[in-house]
Design a protein around this ligand. Sequence first.
Ligand code: SF4
Ligand code: SF4
Length: 311
Amino acid sequence: MERAPKPLSRRLHLLRATLATPHRFARLRAAALVVTLGGMVLPASFGVVGFDAWDGRHRWLGQRTDALGGVVSVIVGVIAFYLVTFVVNALFGRLFCGFGCPSAQLARSAERVEIAARLGSRGGSKRAAIVRTVTLSLLTSAAASTWVVHPAVVVEGSRSALAATALAWLAGAAVLSLHGYLWRWRFCRTACPIGVYYSFVQTAHAARFDIHFEEHRAPCRDCGACDEICPVELEPRRLHLPIVGRGGLSFDGFPARHHCLACGDCVQACEIALRKRPTERVPLRLGFAKKVRLPDDRDAPDAPRSEVLRP
Ligand code: SF4
Ligand code: SF4
């Protein structure tokens, strides 16, 4: 006799519904991940940075260097990688968190495994969800390893070198899979060092690429679906309000939008709640802020549009 499926949390219930419909955010997420992994692999592959635990082919700015130079090049490369994400933040807010970060995508992928595990065949293929998670973990692990083992080991390495590399990839993938499954979004919410920086400087990015609550686009039904799906427990309609008690490394007192991952889940949940297609308008929007000009609002500060429209 088939066991009764365990109930899903509201987030997973809504996430399952969002996964059922092809969406532009899913395509953007896949493209952003390719860019991130490419950004990890290319500097090491072209000799810009890299320590080589296999054959001593340490490199720095296209030149061979000694072991110490290789270590320094990796450290400088990691700092440069962080700086690139800071530049992305200045232009697009936390777009990297919601779309390009492998850690966040592993959390999302692990949630798909849980949905399938809890709901059986109604939750999609569990095997496909596991393969997806393991593949993502392996790709991330392999991409990161190019900074400490020269990628040429794949074609020029001896059997033992290949076996050692494969073992390192598998170990890294196992850690990443477990990280995604066990820690999930708590890491983004309370422990990610990039996230801490982002939450501190969020107002600094001029374009304000994030979530906007705009009731003139479509009326809100106050169904709460956007609140329920948020992976970091924010209220997407009230991101302008300051929050405290997030825990971990996060700072208290900043507006909630500083902690928003710009993942777009609340927009998708709203589309489902209002029975809209992804191209139709809903009150929540992920994108750049728009300057509002109303007859009685000529000198209003750049407040969220929903606030401006309220009496
Ligand atoms: S408010 Fe929306 S975009 Fe921001 S983290 Fe929550 S669900 Fe994602
Ligand atoms: S999901 Fe959409 S309709 Fe429902 S409360 Fe949020 S903004 Fe309003």
